[in-house]
Design a protein around this ligand. Structure first.
Ligand code: DC
Length: 233
């Protein structure tokens, strides 16, 4: 079967990371977490004393980013330079920073080629905000995953608690709204469903059901892509 590019976009807390990870494993595909790249830029800028509002200098940070992903067991580890920043990029503060740096067109431009290179060759599940619209507009299978605000906040609180960070539900809901608003209203590659994306509301579905459904749809697309390829050649 053809190895295709799968994109999963959607707002914070919709379950993209969990779904993308399980889907990639089910299909035997690689996983590309593009949000982690923006988070790494925010963290690197902070470490270098660069304000997240400084577009030119944040773009410089993005161009010089020495980023590496590595699956260890079940966890997608992220390395910045030599440092394992897997946990450091997930704090609420860096979430806001990632959202802020990602609004700069210069930063997005600096990261575009990196994302395309990391996803080259197919056989990859890519997750983010603009992966089906801008990064991989020709992707074979596109999904826009969402869930109600309350459910997304509940999941984010649980996810951070599992990692040992305890945050307030109301604060988390406010942060999610703030981030969605910024991510969806920016001029550069706003978070929006691609016209050819399948909309998936995960509010009332289990993770397993969502993954099952997406896997079936990707397999159908992959079969169709294989058919077209062999007919074309
Ligand atoms: O998916 P995430 O929460 O890790 O993403 C962090 C921020 O990065 C998000 O608020 C907006 C930005 N982002 C983006 O602009 N484009 C992407 N493809 C992925 C993330």
């Amino acid at each position: 079967m053809q190895q295709v590019v799968v994109t999963i976009d959607g707002p914070a807390g919709a379950g993209k990371s969990s779904v993308a990870k399980l889907l990639a494993r089910r299909l035997g595909y690689r996983l590309l977490d593009t949000g982690a790249i923006y988070r790494a830029v925010a963290l690197a800028a902070r470490t270098q004393g660069i304000a997240w509002s400084d577009a030119a200098r944040c773009a410089g940070v993005a161009r010089a980013l020495e980023l590496r992903f590595d699956f260890i067991g079940d966890r997608n580890h992220v390395y910045l330079g030599g440092d394992d920043v897997t946990a450091a990029i997930r704090t609420p503060d860096i979430s806001q920073g990632a959202s802020q740096v990602s609004a700069h067109p210069e930063v997005r431009a600096a990261l575009l080629e990196l994302q395309r290179r990391l996803g080259a060759g197919g056989g990859v599940v890519v997750e983010g905000r603009d992966t089906g619209t801008v990064v991989f507009p020709a992707a074979d299978a596109k999904f826009f995953l969402t869930a109600s605000e309350a459910e997304r906040a509940r999941r984010r609180v649980a996810e951070l608690a599992a990692a040992g960070t305890h945050v307030d539900h109301a604060d988390t809901l406010r942060e999610i709204r703030e981030r969605d608003q910024r991510d969806a209203s920016r001029d550069a590659a706003p978070m929006v469903a691609a016209p050819d994306a399948v909309l998936v509301d995960s509010s009332t579905q289990t993770l397993e059901d969502v993954v099952d459904s997406l896997a079936r749809q990707v397999e159908a697309k992959a079969r169709a892509a294989g058919t077209f390829t062999s007919r074309d050649t």
